[in-house]
Design a protein around this ligand. Structure first.
Ligand code: ADP
Ligand code: ZN
Length: 721
């Protein structure tokens, strides 16, 4: 009797057993279709002994229906999926799902139909057709995707196809990608770069697990160096995975990659069009995709022959996923490299303390690039103590910063102002009655967005039109904006330097690859004098004419912060400072602060990275925080506040008492209400010796909760709200 045990992708179901009919061949990793009641479901064949056993006798098993025509997921990936599920206390199936891409891709190759404009333009057009003709220029996609791009209905587009304005194009789903060539444009490396590159190349050629921390200052040519490792992997015929923290950074990366290798890499991210998604996934699993670049979701892709993993800007907090499976892609990338027996390069100018510690301990090989490439100097950093040099009334920029910007403008150089706050103002209140605009679904103020004339919640997306009068007391024109966001800073710059050409860079304005490319081109062609941006502009960009960086509020990240606030602030400001003076002209950085004495700010001003890491390390050691101790959070939520509180109390009441584990809470979360759910948190602090996950599983596994209660476990949390 041939039994198969399947992981199925339905949260309510555990593994299920089926009969493998005669003549059907399955192995662990095979993707299959199985009957479930009247339906058909997708299943992933797994080693039966590695999953909980089923009680169903052989005679009652239903037969599998079909094996899907894709290669089985390989053993190293299956072990990674199990490891991730175990470490982060997540269901195995929820992790496995991240390896699958789209269900359409599993159905084999073939063709699909996309549409594009024929170029015909009748004299008379309905307004909607006119809009579509304009918006769809240069686009090719399915009718549904085109409808989204053009903002018209699918019916309008079908009508246009019937009228000969759109034409169908048959797409081969498995058409090959252009080949990247390892020797297309080999750079001349400096001697420090060559030494770094040789380490990577040797490790890549040799194969085997080899974790490397590439610790190089901004502008040192880290990308250039790990490109040599990629070249070695390509020459060997193996695939490469490059993880970037944000999709916004890929545009820049794509261009440099193409210059170096003569063809673009394969992109993987959540907003790919369906045909691209299918094509990319199928090329990854077949081995045809040579280099795959993506955000954290690319980590679980089923590579046929993985030979190297690179995590760029490895310190970035956005590698931590904070919903669904709460994993840290940087850490799991290292584990994947271990299972796959390949090198992994973590590149950063400001490595996470955890990574530094592992390099200090000799577990990671440390490769350093202490100098900028081509003799460029790191920028000079100065503080502006806002208590001694306050901005004028109603303004946010100190006179010295404005004077420096004016000077740059006169010399045709660029300035960048950094403030990590989208919108115009973080709080709006009524001057008359004191009413504050708050989100009905979240513990958060509504943020004014003056460009779109709305107040918006940055947590749940709730929006209202900018009101004329106070909704509480009815007084007209009494609403005041409190505090600055980037839009307000941009307004201030426009008033002070009316001739400056401004760009506001946030996820509101730079939300498509095209807009990002436009911005980068404009900045490079010197069509922009002043950039005002959020953390989106702090990393990756290389604008040679940018010589001044102003940090509008260095204290923002330190307020009410958790234990990582200092590190995060340091990284963010060091990264944005790294945008200045990358070309021939020297750069300058002015940091506005009310706390010049704070350890982080003082270390930044002194350019003393070692002092910062030393102080931070001591603070963490004393607090038993990572990497010296371990943290986990339990977040209890429900739409019903009493229900959430009762569940949190039940968890707190049954806490285990162990010598190496301390448990704090439950307490209302700082975000006590989020997207309409009431939230309570417990924080667990454990010594490294404790079996943290086992403790949590045993503790929570014994409890039962009403169906409206959600319990999230966050291992190694980054967010404490
Ligand atoms: P990092 O990632 O360390 O900040 P980059 O790799 O972006 O540094 O390099 C900074 C700039 O210097 C880029 O424009 C890059 O093309 C250039 N550069 C670095 N190394 C070389 C090299 N060996 N030859 C030519 N240009 C280089
Ligand atoms: Zn909200």
């Amino acid at each position: 009797m041939n039994r198969a045990r399947l992981l199925v992708f339905n949260a309510a179901l555990g593994p299920l057993d089926y009969r493998v009919p005669d003549g059907m061949a399955v192995e662990p990793g095979s993707l299959v279709i199985a009957p479930l009641g009247p339906r058909q479901i997708l299943g992933l064949v797994w080693e039966p002994e590695r999953l909980p056993a089923s009680e169903v006798p052989d005679a009652r098993l239903r037969p599998l229906l079909e094996v899907l025509p894709v290669p089985p997921l390989q053993a190293p990936l299956r072990r990674l999926i199990e490891w991730t599920a175990d470490y982060y206390c997540a269901p195995v199936a929820a992790v496995a799902r991240m390896a699958l891409g789209s269900s359409a891709a599993l159905r084999g190759g073939g063709t699909t139909t996309e549409y594009r404009l024929t170029g015909e333009r009748p004299a008379r057009l309905t307004p909607q057709r006119a809009v579509a003709l304009e918006k769809l220029h240069g686009e090719q996609a399915t009718i549904r995707e085109l409808a989204a791009i053009a903002g018209v209905s699918e019916g309008v587009l079908r009508g246009m196809a019937g009228a000969g304005l759109l034409e169908p194009v048959t797409i081969d789903l498995d058409r090959p990608y252009p080949r990247a060539r390892p020797d297309f444009a080999v750079p001349e490396l400096s001697s420090a770069q060559r030494a770094a590159a040789e380490t990577f190349v040797a490790a890549t050629k040799a194969g085997g697990f080899a974790p490397v921390l590439l610790d190089g200052v901004t502008g040192s040519g880290k990308t250039e160096c790990y490109f040599e490792a990629i070249a070695a992997a390509l020459a060997k015929g193996t695939q490469v995975l490059v993880l970037l923290p944000e999709i916004a950074l890929t545009q820049n990366f794509l261009r440099r990659f193409e210059q170096r290798f003569g063809a673009p890499p394969v992109l993987w991210h959540s907003s790919l069009k369906s045909a691209e998604r299918r094509r990319a996934w199928r090329a990854i699993v077949s081995g045809d995709a040579q280099v795959v670049v993506g955000a954290r979701s690319a980590l679980f892709m089923p590579f046929a022959r993985l030979g190297l993993i690179v995590v760029d800007e490895a310190h970035e907090v956005s590698f931590k996923q904070d919903d669904g499976v709460r994993y840290n892609a940087r850490d799991v990338a290292v584990i994947r490299a271990r299972f796959e027996a390949v090198p992994v390069i973590l590149a950063s100018a400001t490595p996470a303390l955890e990574s530094m510690q592992l390099a200090d301990a000799g577990i990671y090989t440390r490769v350093e690039l202490p100098d900028r490439f081509g003799g460029a100097q790191l920028p000079a950093i100065e503080l502006i103590d806002l208590r001694a040099e306050p901005p004028d009334r109603g303004r946010w920029l100190a006179p010295r910063l404005v004077a420096e910007m004016r000077e740059r403008l006169a010399h045709g150089e660029q300035s960048l102002l950094f403030l990590n706050r989208r919108g115009y103002a973080p709080l709006t209140l009524c001057r008359n009655c004191g009413y504050r605009f708050q989100c009905p679904n979240c513990t958060a103020w509504l943020v004014e967005h003056r460009l779109s004339r709305r107040l918006a919640c940055h947590h749940c997306g709730h929006q209202v039109a900018q009101p004329e009068a106070c909704p509480e007391c009815g007084t007209p024109e009494c609403l005041v904006a409190c505090g600055p966001g980037v839009e307000r800073i941009a307004d201030e710059v426009a008033e002070l330097l009316p001739e400056a050409r401004l760009a506001v860079v946030t996820s509101d304005t730079l939300n498509t690859p095209e807009r990002i490319a436009e911005f980068v081109a404009a900045a490079e062609e010197k069509l922009i004098d002043v950039i005002v941006g959020t953390q989106l502009v702090t990393k990756g960009y290389h604008f040679p004419e940018l010589t001044l960086v102003g940090v509008v509020d260095a204290d923002l990240g330190l307020e009410g912060g958790d234990l990582r606030a200092g590190e995060r602030t340091y990284q963010q400001i060091a990264q944005v400072a790294g945008r200045a003076g990358r070309g021939e002209k020297p750069g300058e950085v002015l940091i506005q602060t009310r706390h010049p004495e704070a350890a982080v700010i003082a270390a930044l001003a002194a350019g003393d990275r070692d002092a910062f890491y030393a102080a931070e390390t001591e603070a963490r050691r004393e607090a038993g925080a990572p990497p010296f101790g371990r943290w986990a959070a339990i977040i209890v939520s429900s739409e019903d506040e009493a229900e959430a509180r009762d569940a949190a109390r039940a968890i707190g009441g049954s806490r285990p008492s162990l010598p190496d584990v301390a448990i704090y809470g439950p307490a209302p979360a700082p975000m006590a209400l989020l997207r309409g759910r009431h939230r309570f948190r417990l924080l667990i602090n454990a010594r490294r010796s404790a079996q943290l996950q086992d403790v949590i599983r045993e503790w929570l596994g014994a409890l039962r909760f009403p169906p409206g209660v959600r319990i999230a476990i966050d291992i190694d949390p980054y967010s404490f709200v």
